[in-house]
Design a protein around this ligand. Structure first.
Ligand code: ADP
Ligand code: MG
Length: 325
């Protein structure tokens, strides 16, 4: 792509004060802080799979970084550096330059908020996709991991779940929301908050953690598999918005809550001894933290309704490459 260098210098080249060398050479250079480990992760957003072709580019830029920040949050890491691999259709580069202006504005709005520096990437022509690699730092040996849940641990969820999936199902015409409901749910889908500070603070409190990107059941399932434990959770404790609650008699809404995905909230387990500390942290950070169940011995997740009856679900989370109806 002839325009490659032009695109990089016009939209993405910025000083990276926290790197030894940023954009412009064959590789960036970063100095690893003493007594820290690097947490490194990558997440791709592909047009047609993760976002609609007409998604607001500012929000896409924001979200593509937010989902990567969320992986740092889940590890308790402090995000510091990002790389951005963009695949752009020719038509977009030639005829929609405002797309790149807005995309980079959304991306840098969030990068600036977390003082994360863009230190490199790649720019190629092809079907629209955004792939970000993020690097954070975490005190050596302290990162939050999926494994580590212990029998008797409380299971906690930040924020509330299901709004992103609910409004996505509206866009897919599987449910019909009112205008004001769409307005209230859309930010969860388009501009999710990453719980970075919460993750950092949980290092001293939690035994295990994960961010909920594929749905509560699937992601809690990952904690349990890695920890070789099971869990029992109470359906009526799972935090949801008043809007989602209104639709909960519909199986689709229940699925949004339990298995919808795209939430980017944290699910973590902690000893009941830390209950008060978790509650104080919630207050300090002004984030809802809700206890939804308990880690047990055995395998799998059991969900119970208000009367203690076990709920069964058709789908437990979003799986790429799986055959879904
Ligand atoms: P190379 O050919 O050596 O891989 P490139 O020509 O692809 O290098 O990129 C030149 C420089 O611009 C490199 O430092 C690269 O990391 C950076 N870069 C390329 N695309 C992007 C992008 N979309 N965002 C940020 N930096 C980028
Ligand atoms: Mg390259």
């Amino acid at each position: 792509m002839n325009a490659e260098f032009d695109i990089i210098s016009r939209y993405f080249r910025r000083p990276a004060p926290n790197a030894v060398l940023g954009i412009g050479d064959d590789a960036a250079l970063i100095a690893v802080p003493a007594n820290n480990e690097l947490a490194i992760s990558t997440d791709a957003l592909v047009c047609g799979t993760h976002f609609f072709v007409d998604t607001d580019p500012y929000k896409l830029g924001y979200k593509s970084l937010a989902v990567n920040l969320s992986d740092m949050a889940a590890m308790g890491a402090t995000p510091r550096w990002v790389l951005l691999a963009l695949t752009l259709p020719d038509d977009l580069v030639k005829h929609q330059t405002s797309w790149l202006t807005e995309f980079s504005a959304g991306f840098f709005a969030l990068a600036d908020e977390y003082q994360v520096a863009l230190i490199g990437g790649d720019t190629t022509a092809g079907p629209l996709s955004v792939c970000i690699q993020i690097i954070g730092e975490v005190p050596a040996g302290k990162a939050l991991r999926r494994r580590g849940a212990q029998i008797g641990d409380d299971i906690w969820i930040s924020g509330h779940l299901g709004d992103a999936a609910l409004v996505l199902n509206h866009e897919l015409k599987k449910i019909s929301l009112a205008e004001d409901e769409i307005t209230q749910c859309l930010p969860a889908l388009l501009m999710p908050a990453a719980r970075v500070e919460l993750g950092q603070r949980l290092i001293e409190l939690a035994h295990s953690a994960i961010d909920i990107s594929d749905g509560l059941l699937a992601d809690l399932g990952h904690i349990l598999t890695a920890s070789e434990k099971s869990a029992c959770i109470a359906m009526d404790k799972i935090p949801c918005s008043a809007i989602l609650k209104k639709y909960l008699s519909m199986p689709l809404a229940t699925e949004c809550l339990l298995a919808g995905g795209d939430d980017y909230e944290l699910c973590f387990t902690a000893s009941p001894v830390n209950r008060n500390k978790v509650a104080s942290l919630a207050e300090e950070l002004d984030i809802h933290l809700t206890r939804i169940g308990e880690v047990c011995s055995g395998k799998g997740v059991i969900v119970k309704d208000g009367e203690g009856k076990i709920i069964t679900l058709e789908s437990s989370g979003y799986e790429h490459f799986s055959a879904r109806g």
